[in-house]
Design a protein around this ligand. Structure first.
Ligand SMILES: Nc1ncnc2c1ncn2[C@@H]1O[C@H](COP(=O)(O)OP(=O)(O)O)[C@@H](O)[C@H]1O
Ligand SMILES: [Mg+2]
Length: 315
């Protein structure tokens, strides 16, 4: 493909800084691959800027709402500009943990049991009074998270019923919907998947170990806060984890790239937490680590993603 490539990064989500880091790294790789590259931080002028630049395609490196949720992708569809990564619907579904988990449940893929309610239910209809049922069904500790956020923002573990209200309020300050999930004790794994949804291609399974209470924002991005390794699993478990990750990627209709976050529970069941359709491409992230383990340089990883766009756009 020839012509300018726009790298869209930044945006207004809480993961803005991470997105800028991902975008800069992608832009450097794209330049090395011979593309003329322009970094665009989407704002009110985004549509005009894209029209002006008429890029061959847009490399989407936005995390969180406004970029990873199909917002930008909607506009690129209208402008008929190809872009990397999942389409509008897959993006929106994966960013919303409630609807993504519902898809998993329908596909009979393992995910921690959960419930969800929105902010009017909490503010107007006494949702906090359901705590008794929530504990009976999901047991303590409960994991409280905003439905559409990333990098562990707004996540709280409720060990004592007295902490519930604050945790929900906290999560609702990030999004108007909260997910209340059963706690899954186990090993923290991440599987990066490449390729089309019909033919997902997994990279090696990465295990994340951290001294933090869980895989917190700090552990995600501070060098040295999380130790990543290729998960040492028996062949059967490895196959189960890879299969679950690929099945989730396919069911959600993801494409090009995605990172499936999984807790391998005590029974060896890969409990799927979420798919990041635009995983961080930073130095400390599991995606870069998995690519390296597969003997792919960062530039090669970007080349693989970009080749998929070309596949889709060739007549
Ligand atoms: N049900 C759960 N049981 C145990 N740990 C969890 C659970 N849900 C989330 N976590 C912890 O919180 C982290 C972030 O959760 P995740 O669902 O991946 O949301 P985010 O979009 O913020 O990354 C996980 O990587 C894990 O460490
Ligand atoms: Mg996650």
């Amino acid at each position: 493909m020839s012509g300018t490539v726009v790298v869209a990064c930044g945006g207004r989500s809480l993961e803005r800084e991470i997105s800028i880091r991902s975008g800069r790294r992608a832009a450097t790789a794209l330049r090395k691959l011979g593309y003329e590259t322009e970094i665009v931080d989407p704002d009110h002028g985004f549509v005009r800027r894209i029209r002006e630049l008429q890029p061959a395609f847009v490399f989407v490196a936005l995390h969180g709402r406004g970029g990873e949720d199909g917002t930008l992708q909607d506009l690129l569809e209208i402008l008929e500009v190809p872009y990397t990564g999942s389409g509008v619907h897959a993006s929106a579904r994966c960013l919303d943990k409630h609807s993504f988990k519902e898809l998993l449940a329908r596909e009979r893929l393992p995910t921690p049991a959960w419930h969800s309610f929105n902010s009017p239910a909490f503010a107007e209809f006494g949702a906090a009074d359901t705590l008794e049922e929530l504990i009976a069904q999901l047991s303590l500790p409960l994991v409280i998270k905003p439905a559409r956020e990333g990098s562990s923002m707004g996540i709280k573990f409720v060990r004592d019923p007295g902490e519930f209200g604050q945790a929900v309020l906290g999560a609702l300050s990030y999004d108007d919907r909260v997910v209340i999930e059963r706690y899954a004790a186990g090993r923290e794994l991440a599987v990066t998947v490449l390729g089309p949804s019909e033919d997902p291609s997994p990279l090696p399974i990465v295990e994340i170990v951290t001294d933090e209470p869980f895989y917190t924002f700090r552990a995600h991005y501070e060098p040295g806060e999380a130790v990543l390794s290729i998960a040492d699993l028996d062949a059967e478990t490895e196959a189960a984890v890879t299969q679950a990750a690929c099945a989730a990627y396919a069911a959600a209709d993801c494409r090009d790239l995605g990172r499936v976050d999984i807790i391998l529970d005590g029974e060896g069941v890969p409990q799927i937490l979420e798919i990041n359709t635009i995983p961080g491409l930073t130095e400390t992230g599991p995606t870069r680590f998995a690519a390296q383990a597969a003997e792919l340089s960062f530039d090669q990883l970007i080349e693989i993603i970009v080749a998929r766009v070309a596949d889709r756009t060739l007549p």
